[in-house]
Ligand binder design. Structure first.
Ligand code: HEC
Length: 101
């Protein structure tokens, strides 16, 4: 029991130190994002919609928040994404805009 706990703790610290969304595929994420997400964001902020991610008062400040926001937005718009696809979209948004380490 104790060793299982130790193993879990080791795993948790390992994943905390890994780059965020390491399992996400940013190229796949861009495709998914452009398909399901861009149009509405464009209506909100104009341009290509990316101002939403780069504006000074953007809402997302951590990788966890980004992951949650992607999940919430995709559920809200009924994108029908699997968790893997949310991970891809988060990886794309992070590599292109948020740049969390
Ligand atoms: C129907 C409209 C709509 C669609 C479609 C939509 N979003 Fe959003 N999104 C919003 C709104 C509204 C906000 C919040 C703007 C605010 O808080 O000022 C937002 C905010 C966000 C943010 C946070 C921006 C910040 O402040 O840092 C992320 C990330 C995001 N959306 C991801 C997605 C993803 C991924 C998808 C596709 C699955 C998606 N959104 C689809 C309306 C939408």
């Amino acid at each position: 029991m104790k060793s299982i706990l130790a193993a879990l703790l080791a795993l948790a610290s390992l994943s905390a130190s890994a780059a965020p969304f390491a399992r996400g595929d940013a190229a796949a994420g861009k495709k998914l994002h452009d398909e399901k997400c861009v149009a509405c964001h464009q209506r909100l902020v104009g341009g290509d919609g990316s101002d939403l991610y780069t504006r000074i008062d953007r809402k997302i400040e951590t990788p966890q928040a980004l992951r949650q926001r992607v999940a919430a937005c995709s559920a809200q718009v009924d994108a029908g994404w699997f968790p893997e696809e949310e991970e891809h979209a988060a990886a794309y948004l992070n590599s292109r805009f948020y740049k969390f380490k």
